[in-house]
Design a protein around this ligand. Structure first.
Ligand SMILES: NC(=O)c1ccc[n+]([C@@H]2O[C@H](COP(=O)([O-])OP(=O)(O)OC[C@H]3O[C@@H](n4cnc5c(N)ncnc54)[C@H](OP(=O)(O)O)[C@@H]3O)[C@@H](O)[C@H]2O)c1
Length: 273
């Protein structure tokens, strides 16, 4: 039987993001990773592109994984994964480390299915695809320091990692999970504004995209508070303060705050359904 240090159940968008960064950064060799996915085409693609081992058999993945098992299926597919393992208690109760990235599936549910096992719940976000993701992690009750270190090492391959209590996961989902959706709308609007002001679209898009990236990197590297940078770029009677006055008039800040609260409420609803 195959053995693997890392088992990945679900070789979709997020699963691929993780395995691609883990291989690129030599956290695991391709031959140390075993991926299960139901689609032949997907398995062939992952095996060919990354050189990982592939299977359709989730029991095999769980049984042969020695270090960490990544659960990267959609939450709706969780029950079907569990049903494949249910009558095989020996694997359910001998997991190395389970890292679940399924949105909205609480630790309590994971720990009920895998009693006594070390489980970590993670909320990643889409920029993980290019290695600049933001992952919030919550540690289960059976996690030891070595598990925590390993989970952090695995998730750090796709970006920053922040440990949070599980009670904050819905708020995290509303900020960093849904955040790429809000930011893309801002970038699109800034581009449209440029077009409105007479720029060709491609030019406006390049300006908008690089401005958002540059501002983020500047804030990150300088450690400046956003308000401090805003004050620096607003000269008296100048262009930027004229634009900001319009944003304030349109309740831009309040709209973002309300968006985050609505997303948190929706995350709570989905978690309870
Ligand atoms: N994408 C994001 O930005 C993001 C952010 C935060 C959290 N997440 C979480 O990450 C997880 C994965 O999301 P994703 O966007 O990567 O979804 P995805 O692209 O649909 O990937 C899930 C993969 O799992 C496969 N799968 C389905 N049933 C399976 C089974 N029984 N055993 C093994 N594999 C199975 C799917 O195959 P089929 O296509 O054939 O069903 C698919 O290839 C989700 O739980 C989501 O909540 C995603």
């Amino acid at each position: 039987m195959a053995t693997a240090k890392l088992g990945l159940i679900g070789g979709g968008v997020m699963g691929e993001a993780l395995l691609s960064c883990l291989v690129q950064q030599d956290v695991y060799l391709p031959s140390e990773i075993l991926v299960s996915d139901p689609q032949q085409e997907r398995r062939d693609f992952l095996a060919q592109k990354y050189g990982v081992q592939v299977t359709t058999d989730n029991y095999l993945v769980v049984k042969s994984t020695t270090e960490a098992l990544l659960l990267a299926v959609k939450p709706q597919a969780f029950d079907s994964v569990v049903s494949e393992l249910e009558d095989r208690q020996e694997v359910i109760t001998t997991l190395p480390l389970l890292i679940s990235i399924m949105a909205g599936v609480p630790l309590q549910k994971l720990e009920a299915v895998f009693p006594g096992q070390p489980v970590v719940r993670v909320m990643p976000n889409t920029p993980a695809i290019v290695g600049v993701g933001m992952s919030a992690i919550t540690l289960g009750k059976n996690i030891q320091p070595l598990h925590q270190q390993l989970a952090t090492r695995i998730l750090a391959s796709v970006g920053e990692v922040l440990e949070v209590p599980e009670s904050l996961m819905d708020a995290v989902t509303a900020v960093s999970g849904s955040g790429p959706g809000y930011v893309t709308i801002f970038i699109e609007s800034l581009t449209d504004g440029g077009v409105c002001a007479g720029l060709p679209r491609a030019m406006a898009y390049q300006l908008a995209l690089q401005t958002v990236l540059g501002t983020t990197v500047l804030l990150q590297k300088s450690g400046m508070h956003p308000a401090q940078l805003k004050d620096q770029v607003t000269s008296p009677g100048g262009t930027t303060i004229a634009g900001i006055a319009e944003l304030e008039g349109a309740a831009f800040r309040s709209a973002i705050i309300e968006a985050v609260l609505a997303a948190k409420e929706r995350a709570q609803e989905l978690g309870n359904s």
